[in-house]
Design a protein around this ligand. Sequence first.
Ligand code: SF4
Ligand code: SF4
Length: 283
Amino acid sequence: MKIAVLSGKGGTGKTTVATNLAYALHTSGKTIQLLDTDAEEPNSHIFFDVKYDYEESVQILLPVVDRNLCTHCQECAKACEFSAITVSSKYIMIFDNLCHGCGVCSMVCPVKAISEKPKDIGTIKLGITEEGIIFGEGIMNIGEPSPVRIIRQLKKHIDPNVDIVILDSPPGTSCPVIETINGTDFALLVTEPTPFGLHDLKLAIDATREFDIPIGVVLNRYDGSYKKIEEYLEKEDIPLLMTIPYDINIARDYSNGFLISKTQNYAQKFIDLFQRIEVIKKC
Ligand code: SF4
Ligand code: SF4
């Protein structure tokens, strides 16, 4: 089963859930692969001692214009969704840092003036944690516009032989999140009991509903004082699968890079969370 751990916004505890779920399920005897697809800021590795044994670069193809052939027709600039090309009657400019390497400009050029050159945009690193969890992460180079290619390439390393793959997604609801969810079996959304948490949870649920996969929610920093998320989930018939209390000890362990499944006997709670996911998946 492939579980995407998502959140509508950063700082809700998504990585806490992804890493603790991976560790807890590993202790229960399952084979686990944990992939950190938050390539702009991967931090799952902080909670483990990872021995990396493989690294590969991620490249996109950047357009290069042969100015002797270019007729300044502007077809490439009109076709570029990312406004990465500007053409006037005298010049043509390509903004590498806006280019997503989609190749459309070279396809539409009527005089074949555009060729392509490879550019490194990031790295995939694979390894294994000291416990035996298969681990992978994508790391985007600073200044690149999009980690989507990195996520796509990282997901090619999904191990078909493990019991459970957990993907620690980027926050938000944009293309990198959609790329992470694509092909997974369950969307586990992590939020916090605040108006901002509710607002972003709704956006994340809307994005997830584009895919035909079941959804469940984990409510982090729960103190029972803000009920609107539970009311919303009940109205939308979305299961609340786990609450993690608002607790200074949990916050302290997180900021020290410790797993609460190890330090605070939370492993069984995360195993119970997975059992609820399994039940929903079978329905
Ligand atoms: S490769 Fe795509 S994103 Fe880059 S300049 Fe061409 S059309 Fe625009
Ligand atoms: S489509 Fe080709 S010919 Fe037209 S402006 Fe772009 S590079 Fe030049």
